[in-house]
Design a protein around this ligand. Sequence first.
Ligand code: S5P
Length: 275
Amino acid sequence: MSSKFVSYEERAKRHPSSAARSLLETIVRKRSNLCVSVDVTAKADFLDIIDVVGPYVCLVKTHVDIIEDFDSSLIATLQELSKKHDFLIFEDRKFADIGNTVALQYSSGVHKIASWSHITNAHPVPGPSIITGLASVGKPLGRGLLLLAEMSTKGSLAKGVYTEEAVQMARAHRDFVIGFIAQRSMNAVGKSSTDTGDEDDFLVLTPGVGLDVKGDAMGQQYRTPEEVLNDGSDVIIVGRGIYGKGPTVDIQSVQVQAERYRAAGWSAYEKRLQL
Ligand code: S5P
């Protein structure tokens, strides 16, 4: 029986983008479609969590601008951990400015994101120039970009025509845009059922994933790995569900939760191949 979903392995073989292929190959090698979002403010916690979740993830998502004691040694250690545990790095920078400004924010400043982050993301709100600005820095380095086509929060404005336009922008820049932050597959968005054009294979990375709670006090909304995989998501992004909500990090529990979410994401993937 052939599934309506194609396996990661098959997609890795034929994906035109090397950044997308790298992520798909990592997913297959590690049997993990889990991305852990490490949103903590102390460098020591940040690196401890990554060292512990490393074996269970295909991707580590960062917000480097929230780290209080950031210095360049943090990036060097992050890169060592990425090699040690075989995962890629995604700085969740959510660029949203004119092309010239985002190119500078991506390449320069304290964080020099393009030099170490395999994948980053941008809001499509400024229009296609945000892609050309970021591509001028990221493409020569073999980086990949995700557009925020939808968000996980209550009352998000990223819907309807906005989402459709984001997908059209991505189709026009397939050489750099590898996919979306979204809640479902975007491949068919804006296409009629009789469309015989190019088959898209955009990756979909989905935040707002939790097994125990449905939301937080600030508008976040959670769905289960199975729900998002069945809607066509490829990678689950999990933050507090893994590293907890308390002021201190319980590193043993982080390991248990990372394996729990890895297993949940992978079994949801294996189930959908039967659909
Ligand atoms: O729509 C979105 C897009 C993103 S990238 N909703 C999100 O929650 N995110 C990010 O995913 C958010 O910035 C945070 O880093 C992570 C979710 O964290 P959690 O603790 O709620 O799992």
